[in-house]
Design a protein around this ligand. Structure first.
Ligand code: GLA
Length: 750
């Protein structure tokens, strides 16, 4: 698998079922010289086919992406378009697989650069195609006269049909070139009417699903923040509208219709442009954000882009997300293909904030252990002179006043209670009020002589610098070597400002956008290698750093600092369009909630969090005996069905979007032997009952027995019935009131 920044890892993807026909075509292509004749390359996986070819001018052109074609079907060869009018060159009207800016290109380029002599014209032509085993193909392109080579990499996962695409740009000129724009890939869809879905948000309000018809022009989703960001997430889905009648556009369907989707594996500034061209083609370009980009590529150097994953489903957005979930589990996560279900954690942040000490943490740990928690995590406040967010970041020694004997007594106690121990860190940051900053004020991103804008009283260490990288790698290694730590919550609580790097020549300083992230990935990879048992969570003030890049190195993410259980329902729904519930940490915290001041029952909070990977973040010192009993019972129930919840096929049966009064999800285990359902009545009005729950994804002929975790149905509901009954007849829940929740599971009997 081609994973950016991790090229030495052994491949995790197996591509055994690539069609022989495809291999033959590749061999034909590889054997022939530069494209004079029509050449077509085809990849098949699961239910999809992807094809591209070389046209008579030697350009690489997309030919097909959609439902799987017959093994013997031929794909018409690539042909460049004619000049439509004097305003549109044939180069711009011909869809390009990886368009370089030159020759009158007016659509979004994948690659734009400036040569040392001022030439900015770049026209890439096909050189050769090389199969990489039977799993993938690399296509070499070259400028028509200059020594700029681009290798396009393709691989397809036979189980999901998800393609991994990336590019490597190589400078074999005698002088440097400046890369001003570099995409990982461009995707082309057939001319049709479409609806675009994408995710936006803000701190404590992440994961809003936006849907809009794709119109002429371009929709840009991006981060200019140096990191993935809360503002938008590098994921898209494009649904073909039902019917092609422009007067009656249909909105994307959850379970029906064709959907093309993609996700970018990059944790730095990124951009995805969805373009509806003049000729009604829909093209998606994604990669490094060209804003403030400028990568000086010296002779002999090459620039690797991130990987842009793309897939196709003919089962609506639900089908698309189920494919992505399976793919993430099987190929992206560090423990792929069989990551452990997340331990149920306790985290003390909302209970104590910075006021951590040995006695207080031990008291919480004892209570957490009593309800069946697996992992105890101490959050911010344990290090340096950290009393609040004004000081201490960067000084990663244990605070001697709070922990006079170091962390060992607490860790030993946590172990004795039968839990493992996790710790919060924020390695890339520094408070100006810290020993580290006083010693190394030049270590932060900054432009000399300009103000250094603080956020949460902190500055960003410049990880692109080798000394900073080594410092961070060093202190983390020491921390994990000296203490028995099973888990790190890796936080990142601000975005970039003044992104200067004055230790390198001016024309190389913008490389910071790439080198910072490369070093971040390298530190994480190295740490995992040295401490293979340590698991890591990616947190960035909640969900500010969630993407398929960081997920190659982290086992879970913190989706939001907003733990309000009602807000979480729609956030969790948005999250799962792109990411698997396996990585979606969800804590039960106190009521009334600190953010919305909403009061909810512990049962409602528990069931909301049980839709993902469960955690407890409440102040257990305030709990009643009844609270402990409820939590203990529900954690035990969660443990018994967790694998289905986090690894099964997710169906969003009733959406929780837009403050929906009622919502429900169902997850079906891969073997269809178990289904787990969560239902929420958030407001009951005019006596309306809960909508009929018609389940999905079961085996219609199998018999399933109903077991309640919480709640009840109307009298007469059978204790056991066929999959057909649960799916077609459906079940009527007795669920009314405000912020009420129910949950049950169905288990296959025969
Ligand atoms: C961020 C995280 C929180 C908590 C605090 C600690 O906001 O998202 O969960 O860890 O930092 O300062």
């Amino acid at each position: 698998m081609l994973r950016y920044g991790d090229m030495t890892k052994s491949p995790k993807m197996r591509f055994s079922s690539i069609l022989c026909a495809w291999c033959l075509l590749i061999l034909l292509a590889a054997a022939s010289s530069i494209a004079q004749s029509a050449q077509v390359f085809r990849l098949d996986g699961n239910n999809s086919t992807y094809a591209f070819g070389v046209n008579e001018r030697g350009e690489l052109q997309p030919l097909y992406w959609g439902g799987r074609l017959g093994p013997h079907d031929s794909i018409p060869a690539a042909h460049s378009s004619r000049e439509m009018a004097s305003f549109d060159s044939p180069y711009t009207t011909t869809p390009q697989e990886y368009a370089s800016w030159g020759a009158g290109l007016f659509t979004e380029p994948a690659l734009k650069l400036t040569f040392a002599d001022g030439n900015r014209d770049l026209v890439l032509h096909f050189v050769r195609a090389t199969p990489n085993g039977s799993q993938a193909i690399e296509v070499l392109l070259k400028d028509i006269s200059r020594e700029i080579y681009v290798t396009l990499r393709y691989s397809i996962d036979p189980d999901s049909g998800i393609l991994a695409r990336s590019a490597s740009i190589e400078n074999r000129e005698k002088q440097s070139v400046l890369i001003e724009q570099a995409a990982a890939a461009q995707w082309t869809l057939p001319p049709a009417r479409y609806t675009l879905s994408y995710l936006t948000g803000r701190w404590a309000g992440e994961w809003t699903l936006n849907q809009e018809q794709i119109q002429g022009g371009a929709r840009v989703i991006e981060s200019r923040r140096g990191t993935t960001g809360h503002q938008a997430n590098p994921w898209f889905a494009i649904s073909r509208d039902a019917g092609q009648n422009p007067a009656a556009p249909a909105i994307a369907d959850e379970e029906h219709g064709e959907v093309w989707f993609g996700a970018l594996a990059w944790s730095g500034s990124w951009r995805i442009t969805v373009e509806h061209t003049q000729l009604d083609a829909v093209r998606v370009t994604g990669g490094f954000n060209p804003f403030d980009f400028g990568y000086k590529l010296k002779p002999g150097e090459h620039l690797e882009t991130p990987v842009f994953y793309g897939g196709y489903s003919d089962h609506g957005l639900g089908g698309a997300s189920r494919l992505l979930h399976r793919f993430e589990i099987a190929h992206i996560l560090p423990q792929a293909p069989d990551p452990k279900p997340r331990p149920v954690i306790y985290n003390s942040w909302e209970a104590t904030e910075f006021k951590v000490d040995e006695a207080g943490q031990v008291a919480l740990a004892e209570k957490a252990a009593s309800i069946g928690v697996d992992r105890f995590v101490m959050d911010d406040g344990w290090f340096g002179q950290r009393q609040n967010d004004h000081a201490g970041l960067g000084d990663w020694y244990v605070n001697p006043d709070k922990f006079p004997h170091g962390l060992k007594p607490l860790i030993d106690k946590v172990h004795a209670l039968g839990m493992d121990f996790g710790l919060w860190v924020e390695p890339e940051m520094v408070n100006p009020d810290s020993d580290l900053y006083r010693k190394h004020p030049d270590w932060v991103l900054n432009f000399p002589g300009r103000p250094r804008s603080e956020s949460r009283n902190q500055l960003v260490l410049n990880l692109a610098r080798p000394d900073v990288r080594d410092y961070i790698a060093g202190f983390l290694d020491k921390l994990l070597t000296e203490n028995d730590i099973a888990f790190l919550k890796w936080d990142y609580n601000r975005n970039w400002s003044e992104p200067g790097w004055d230790q390198v020549p001016v024309d190389e300083q913008k490389r910071v956008y790439v080198e910072f992230i490369r070093n971040l990935y390298a530190i994480l990879a190295d740490l995992r290698k040295r401490h293979p048992k340590v698991e890591i969570e990616s947190c960035s003030g909640g969900g500010g750093r969630v993407d398929l890049g960081i997920l190659g190195y982290t086992d879970e993410v913190w989706p939001s600092d907003n733990t309000d259980p009602f807000d979480r329902l729609s956030m969790q729904e948005g999250f799962t369009y792109a990411y698997t519930p396996q990585i979606m940490m969800a804590w039960v915290t106190d009521s009334p909630h600190w953010y919305n001041h909403r009061s909810t029952s512990l049962t409602y909070r528990m069931l909301s969090s049980m839709q993902g990977s469960l955690g407890i973040g409440a102040n257990l010192n305030h709990w009643t005996a009844e609270d402990f009993a409820t939590a203990k019972r529900l954690i035990a129930a969660y443990h018994s069905v967790q694998r289905t919840i986090v690894r099964g096929d997710l169906y969003r049966i009733i959406t929780s979007r837009d403050g929906s009064q009622m919502s429900a999800t169902e997850t079906v285990s891969n073997d269809k032997n178990q289904a787990v359902v969560f239902a929420f009545a958030n407001a009951t009005t005019e006596g309306r009952g809960f909508p009929l729950l018609q389940l999905q994804g079961l085996n219609p002929d199998a018999e399933y027995k109903l077991t309640w975790i919480e709640g009840k149905s109307w009298p007469g509901t059978p204790e056991s019935a066929s999959g057909a009954w649960w799916m077609r007849h459906g079940l009527q829940l007795d669920l009314r009131g405000d912020f009420q929740a129910a949950s049950f599971h169905l288990d296959r009997q025969r």
